[in-house]
Design a protein around this ligand. Structure first.
Ligand SMILES: [Zn+2]
Length: 217
């Protein structure tokens, strides 16, 4: 599918790895006391194969932070049975079957207890400071994560087209207008050295990526 441009598995900074799972990327961040995952890709097998190429043991991953509950982000969760699980508070109705995702379908329930994060909430995992930033639109509980104040992972809240942020694909967003407000909110963040998307690779130039949205906010 040409609408996505997924990056190959590898290092994007000395402590951040991008992991390829066919049509989607997820991220592993090396902390002083272990590894954190932001999303998990579409399947346990994919995640397992890719971690092997990176030389990272699944048991090193102590926590998984989900940007949202779509299967291509949660399918690899089973590879990390020991990991603590976090997601945005607004996503809970999608994993408990209270709200349908799209085309009448429900997202799958999660396989373990989880902690719900509110907007701006910070938790420490693996020695990393993980801040949840509520960015609804793609789904009601879509959440971006700012790690150690400098690396930002946005799930399906943004696409990158030639280095510039644009909204995600309208057809699979639950509310693109709300998403655009979320992007304007993200555009106000300072000190971001890496922007990591789930389907369109990374940007190292946040000012350029967010240029149009900063002017609008
Ligand atoms: Zn996705």
């Amino acid at each position: 599918m040409l609408i996505f441009s997924v990056a190959p598995t590898g290092k994007v900074t000395s402590e951040v790895f991008i992991v390829s799972g066919k049509m989607v990327n997820f991220y592993l961040i090396q902390g002083t006391e272990g590894v954190v995952a932001v999303d998990t890709g579409p399947s346990k097998q994919d995640a397992s194969d890719q971690l092997e190429t990176l030389g990272i043991e699944p048991s090193q991953v102590g926590a998984v932070f989900l940007t949202h509950s779509d299967y291509d982000h949660t399918g690899g969760l089973a590879l990390f049975p020991q990991a603590r699980l976090y997601l945005g508070q607004g996503e809970e109705p999608l994993v408990t079957g209270k709200v349908r995702r799209m085309l009448g379908r429900f997202n799958k329930p999660l396989d373990r207890p989880y902690s719900l994060l509110t907007d701006g909430q910070t938790v420490t995992e693996a020695g990393l400071t993980m801040q949840a930033i509520s960015t609804p639109g793609h789904t009601p509980g879509s959440t971006s994560y700012r790690v150690n104040e400098k690396w930002l992972f946005t799930g399906d809240t943004v696409r990158l087209v030639k280095g510039h942020v644009v909204p995600f694909i309208n057809f699979i967003n639950m509310n693109t207008r709300v998403q655009m407000a979320s992007i304007r909110k993200l555009a106000r963040l300072d000190g971001i050295e890496l922007l990591g998307t789930a389907h369109h690779g990374v940007s190292y130039d946040y000012a350029i990526a967010m240029q149009a949205w900063r002017a609008a906010s």
